[in-house]
Design a protein around this ligand. Structure first.
Ligand code: SAM
Length: 280
């Protein structure tokens, strides 16, 4: 059977290199190269961009990204068993794939990348949210990346894209939507993966905005949001009491009824509250 790149089918790659999936590394592989090419297309035109991929595994998404024309891919993989399979892909795409064997939470990829940079990954579930939060909270905005195209458990994808008033609405939605546009672009059933996980997955595409939608100090906004949702069932005047003794006045100054609850506040209202909280 021919593939999108004339390399062997992924099932054969996995057999040849004995890549038995390890649960501890969150390994659920995508074996359908048409599907991985479709995910790669969600990232947009990559022909003039470098792509950072976390957790390439046997290389399904890596091959999708390269076949779809990515200028260069830098892939960070913790499992050294995957390196020979990835080396075969690098040989088929001379000069376009660099692989780092390491932990994505520890490796600094920036020295290896040339802007514009896009990030694409079928993330290991155990580190996915932590990486996303890091990418969303850099020291400076705009960040080093222009877009993120990321696979998550469906439930996490819904938390990233949630709107006020929904159960999924919280810290992740506000962090993501303050300075980026976030949408679910694909849904995948458990059977799309080998081995099949227990839950469905979804691909989220986030595009960095040049500036925040509303002004606020990032640290203060994070604090207010974390504190408000820490006790999400409480009224804000109680949930935020420990942040300022005059919290009722501050809520009123931001135009927010002190009896409201965190999940009813829009992004704009959270930013207004963060500004009032930053004032002396
Ligand atoms: N991209 C492949 C695919 O779509 O078939 C594999 C996806 S699998 C869900 C997650 C991959 O991330 C695995 O290959 C795993 O070894 C790797 N991984 C897990 N933790 C990692 C970490 N901290 N840093 C880098 N890679 C990691």
């Amino acid at each position: 059977m021919s593939t999108i790149d004339n390399l062997p089918p992924l099932r054969q790659v996995i057999n040849d290199h004995d890549l038995v999936a390890r649960k501890s590394l969150g390994q659920n592989f995508l074996l359908d190269l048409n599907l991985t090419a479709k995910i790669a297309r969600q990232a947009g035109d990559l022909s003039t961009a470098d792509v950072l991929e976390i957790g390439p595994g046997p290389g399904g998404l890596t091959r999708g990204l390269l076949a779809e024309g990515a200028r260069r891919v830098l892939a960070i993989e913790k499992d050294s068993r995957c390196l020979p399979a990835l080396a075969e892909i690098a040989a088929a795409y001379p000069g376009r794939l660099e692989v780092i064997n390491g932990d994505a939470l520890e490796v600094d990829p920036l020295a290896h990348l040339t802007p514009p940079i896009h990030i694409a990954a079928n993330l290991p579930y155990n580190v996915g949210t932590e990486l996303l939060v890091r990418w969303l909270t850099p020291q400076e905005w705009p960040p080093f990346w222009q877009s993120l195209t990321l696979m998550f458990q469906r439930e996490v994808a819904e938390r990233i894209t949630a709107k006020p008033g929904s159960k999924a609405y919280g810290r992740l939605a506000l962090l993501a939507q303050w300075r980026a546009e976030a949408r679910i672009v694909m849904s995948l059933p458990p059977e799309a993966f080998t081995p099949a996980p227990k839950v469905s997955s979804a691909v989220v595409h986030l595009r960095a905005l040049p500036e925040p939608r509303f002004p606020a100090d990032p640290k203060m906004l994070e604090r207010v949001v974390a504190q408000a949702f820490n006790q999400r069932r409480k009224m804000l005047r109680a949930a935020l009491k420990s942040m300022a003794p005059d919290i009722e006045d501050r809520l009123n100054a931001a135009g927010i009824e002190p009896t409201r609850r965190a999940e009813t506040l829009s992004l704009e209202e959270f930013c207004a509250l963060a500004r009032v909280m930053s004032a002396a």
